[in-house]
Design a protein around this ligand. Structure first.
Ligand SMILES: [Mn+2]
Length: 407
């Protein structure tokens, strides 16, 4: 790391000068021709504009990587005496991202016209090298910094740090901090910035599946400053209202035999088909279960998901032994990327207008198929529905409108 005194001489001599591409070249001469590390470059550029209002304008709908980077940029600016505002044109659309904004108290200025940006002198871009295209930028707003991990782009700004090998822009900002630029060890408010950075890294690297060594190093640095309670609340998987409804029906109608559970969820719209799979994933988390089958009617077919943690259950084999094969000899499962997914066409029966009756038939068929490999299923059903077997068929209670609404 170059000595700080050298850096200060450079900044003093250049104070008051407009940053330009030539600036870094001049500055680097103080280091005898060596290119300055990005962290020093960003510090020098920000120190060259004391008091000049900077805006981080987020491109697109704000996502965790952009939000975390923007917060980090803002914190670095504050340490350098540069007022910094985070602004967005498009709203925060994902519910999980809205939770992040709320829980971390991220203040953003919603802008829509170029006048809204008039108070600012300098523009910073994070997680992108292109400004938001749906707004006209004021002619005198100068692009100051660009920090991004997407593909390399020709950008004319005093400070540009684009690293396509990084999994997240948040990793780059975390690295500046780890290298001593507004380090998280130092000041107040470190935990919200750290939490936002970790969330950005986690999201952009697909829960670290795509993380590089540099991303892990960045995550390890920010991790100890994180608010783990907020992390837990923001990171929690969110389900749509209709997904919750499907889950609720499954829990209400679940039959459990030893470590196996089966649950019918009634009619599910095609757009909500995934909630059958997520419901199966959720139920599989019950500690005493290791195989779960969830099914419903989607359009003109029975659609279901089998999930298993059991070393002795192979989804494709299990599904074939329960449901057999279609007339052309193909199994009903395995057609989609979802390995435990299966679809059984209902054919013309799908046209049945009495939706409750059709659902009852489907439930009975699945149950009787399952009882071939697991006879206890019928007994468990009878135990749960004694009224079905003492001659009182409370049809309304079974169909009961519970499944009759598509959602
Ligand atoms: Mn990103």
């Amino acid at each position: 790391m170059p000595p700080t005194t050298t850096l200060n001489i450079g900044i003093e001599r250049l104070t008051g000068r407009m940053p330009s591409r030539g600036w870094l070249v001049v500055w680097s001469r103080y280091h005898m021709g060596t290119h300055p590390a990005p962290r020093q470059g960003l510090e020098a550029v920000l120190k060259s504009i004391p008091g000049a209002p900077n805006v981080v304008l987020i491109t697109g709908h704000p996502d965790p990587d952009a939000l975390g980077s923007a917060l980090a940029h803002q914190r670095i600016c504050q340490e350098m005496g540069v007022p910094c505002t985070i602004a967005n044109v498009l709203p925060v659309s994902h519910r999980q991202n809205r939770a992040m904004v709320k829980l971390l108290n991220i203040e953003m200025l919603q802008v829509s016209t170029s006048e809204d940006l008039a108070p600012f002198k300098f523009l910073s871009l994070v997680d992108t090298s292109t400004p938001e295209p749906t707004i006209d930028l004021p002619a005198d707003l100068k692009l100051l910094t660009v920090v991004d991990h997407h593909k390399m782009a020709e950008v004319d700004a005093p400070f540009v740090d684009i690293r396509p090998h990084m999994g997240a822009s948040c990793s780059i900002y975390a690295e500046y901090m780890a290298q001593g630029l507004a380090p998280l060890e130092s000041a107040m408010g470190a935990s919200r910035v750290a939490t936002a950075l970790l969330f950005g890294i986690q999201t952009d690297t697909n829960d670290f599946q795509l993380a590089t060594a540099a991303d892990f190093a960045a995550a390890a640095y920010v991790r100890r400053f994180c608010d783990s309670d907020v992390m837990k609340r923001v990171g929690r998987r969110v389900h749509s209202a209709s997904g919750m409804t499907v889950l609720g029906r499954a829990l209400n109608n679940m039959l459990v035999v030893r470590d196996f559970a089966v649950a019918g969820v009634g009619y599910v719209s095609a757009g909500d088909r995934d909630s059958i799979a997520t419901t199966a994933d959720f139920i599989l988390q019950r500690e005493d279960l290791d195989t779960v089958l969830v099914f419903g009617i989607v359009e003109d077919r029975i659609d279901g998901s089998l999930r298993t943690d059991s070393p002795s259950v192979e989804p494709a084999t299990f599904l074939t032994s329960v449901f057999g094969k279609d007339r052309s000899g193909r199994p009903y499962g395995g057609g989609r990327a979802d390995k435990g997914g299966f679809q059984i066409p209902l054919g013309v029966i799908a046209e049945c207008e009495d939706r409750d009756s059709l659902w009852n038939i489907v439930e009975q068929i699945v149950r009787s198929r399952l009882s071939k490999v697991m006879p206890e299923i019928e007994r468990e059903y009878e135990r749960q529905h004694p009224e079905q077997h003492n001659g009182h068929h409370h049809h309304e209670e079974v169909g009961g409108g519970r499944y009759s609404r598509e959602f």
